[in-house]
Design a protein around this ligand. Sequence first.
Ligand SMILES: [Zn+2]
Length: 317
Amino acid sequence: MVTWPIHLVLIVFLFALGTVVGSFLNVCIYRIPWQKSVVWPGSRCPKCWNAIAPQDNIPIVSWLALRGECRSCGAPIAARYPLVEALVGLLFVGVYVSDVLYGAEIPWGALPARYPLEVAYHLTLVALLVAATFIDYDLWIIPDEITVTGMIVGLGVGAAFPEVRPDPSTAQTHAAGFWVGLTGLLVGGGMTWAVRLLGSLAFRKEAMGFGDVTLMAMIGAFLGWQVAVMTFFLGAFVGLGHALWKLVKMIGKRLAGRKIVGVDHELPYGPYLSMAAAMLMLSWPWLWKHWAHGYFDQLRMVFWFLLGFPEVGGPPR
Ligand SMILES: [Zn+2]
């Protein structure tokens, strides 16, 4: 069966859908922190206050056609708007490639009904992560509107459709689906909360915001505790890499005898956690099969060994 035209059509569709969702997320990123409605009123130019016509509101295309300027007053429109739209489009395509092209490993005609659901589930998480990332980057907060909504969706969908989560968090019954989500929520949120507490005791100041705790709880509820634990460490690693890069640039400036301006000593952690969660989610079908599977098996054996069940790798049933 020739399946590539179907995949191609769906990939083009998902990219377009992603840019539209990205356009809506731009509105959310701008309005949610101020408790404003995200549906009304329509978008306006922040300078001349003229309503933006529908034909000037097409994702990416309108920005390029208008060369990044408002049609009415010529005020510059930030390149971030089309870039967020393109980013979400690409991430949507990434979810399809990961879940269906790579993850499914079965011919198109034989795809079980859970695949469209799995894709939709992951697209939802992408949208929530992108909104959290840019709001945290702008204002150093992650609104509960995003993370609590995400927890409810993760727990609810995971309980209604227990097979939706990635291995090894996939479940068979509604109750099991709910428990997997709740475990992920508590592990993701709990470990972040514990590190936050330790950090504030050690450094006598807030090391991480509570928004990071709820963000990690959301990621755990969506993807299970294994992905949440790995997200936490990968996020720290990515954040550390960025911090080191800033340090190198600063030393470079000093050596060149230039003045250092606008040094920020702290970085919001949410964008790194979101980035790590997205990277793990997209690579998970591959990562689980080739690497994480064995790693978590060993971890489980160590865990049960410490509890006194050395040989079976688990408690007697
Ligand atoms: Zn204007």
